[in-house]
Design a protein around this ligand. Structure first.
Ligand code: HMG
Ligand code: MG
Length: 300
């Protein structure tokens, strides 16, 4: 299969990245990050989550962040909503695209959203209905597609079943999350082969955490399978509070660099993206996890 000519990047740093930080991060710094990202040409930014603040304290200020950002036309500003309560809060904050999140393993579903996979899908039904009534699009996530921190191996077949359900429910796209970053390129190709029989590939996205350093190889493997949407996190921020030891997503800067080298359009300005990553890394008091950003700053 030939590579796609264009890839859509879903920037998840402000959500997947910052949700896992121990230190408090102010609303102003979050707003600045989102604005820096849209200025760098990211057309889809996950800004925050409307989840229980007891479960994920870092996302508690998401409504304020939505109120503070400079909304550029043509940019999608999305939020996670695990249930109807979350969706209602998101709607009140003026959110026009949300995401529901399920898992491919039972143990992770319990730890992350306190219910079984089947219960979570049931819980999403009123979310889908209300979103549809308000003309809000819903993206779906499936976690632990290549392994679970509690259950170990996860079958591609099981992932395909959950993806099919989310699509049937009305999710316009389903993002496959390697939550703990254990996947390798061969497993990724097999996964998309199996899931691609249930959900058209143009409706699938890859979401690779880089814990084992495999994320860029996994993105390349996904491109070979015809996948053209990838989630990534500026400066490689992040992790999952319910997957101990899992590091951040693949760094957006490194993905853009890879895609540029392949002649694939993203619409993103790499220099602006690197700057956005350097700024938030300074706020967090540590070096960016993007290898490209580090290489560029070492050269300067
Ligand atoms: P629960 O405790 O079963 O919920 O949690 P509940 O319905 O029994 O409610 C309990 C309390 O939570 C109540 O408050 C509710 O009001 C409140 P109380 O009466 O005790 O004061 N509550 C809420 N508050 C704010 N917003 C809401 C909300 N819902 C209930 N939406 C629940 C169930 C789903 C709420 C909880 O488990 C939760 O919030 N989980 C979120 C976990 C999370 O955000 N994880 C990280 C994101 S997923 C991820 O990172 C993976 C991904 O990146 C892909 C990948 O890498 O794999 C997407
Ligand atoms: Mg994630």
């Amino acid at each position: 299969m030939s590579l796609p000519s264009h890839v859509r990047l879903v920037e998840v740093g402000p959500r997947d990245g910052l949700q896992n930080e121990k230190q408090p991060i102010g609303v102003a710094d979050k707003v600045r990050l989102v604005d820096d990202l849209s200025a760098a040409g990211l057309a889809y930014i996950e800004v925050g989550s409307f989840v229980s603040p007891k479960w994920v304290p870092q996302m508690a200020g998401s409504a304020e962040v939505f109120a503070g950002i400079d909304r550029r036309s043509g940019v999608t500003y999305a939020a996670l909503t695990p249930n109807l309560q979350g969706l209602e809060a998101a709607l009140a904050a003026g959110v026009r695209e949300v995401a529901v999140f399920a898992a491919a393993s039972e143990a992770f579903s319990q730890r992350n959203i306190n219910c079984s996979i089947a219960e979570s899908l049931k819980r999403f039904e009123p979310v889908m209905d209300a979103a549809q009534r308000h003309g809000v699009r819903v993206r779906g996530y499936v976690s632990c597609v290549l392994g679970c921190p509690y259950d170990g191996a996860v079958s591609a077949r099981q992932v395909a079943v959950v993806c099919r359900e989310l699509q049937a429910m009305g999710c316009h796209e389903v993002s496959l999350g390697d939550t703990i970053g254990v996947g390798t390129a061969g497993a990724v190709r097999h996964l998309f082969e199996v899931v691609g029989r249930e959900v058209p590939r143009e409706r699938l996205a890859g979401h690779f955490h880089d814990t084992y350093g495999q994320a860029l190889a996994n993105i390349y493997a996904s491109l070979l399978e015809g996948i053209a949407v990838f989630d990534a996190s500026v400066a490689g921020l992040g992790g999952c509070p319910y997957a101990r030891g899992a590091t951040g997503n693949v760094a957006s800067e490194d993905v853009v660099y890879l895609l540029q080298g392949l002649g694939i359009e993203t619409g993103v300005n790499l220099a602006g993206l690197i700057e956005a990553g350097q700024r938030i890394s300074r706020v967090l008091g540590r070096e960016s996890a993007s290898r490209v950003a580090r290489a560029r700053s070492a050269r300067e």
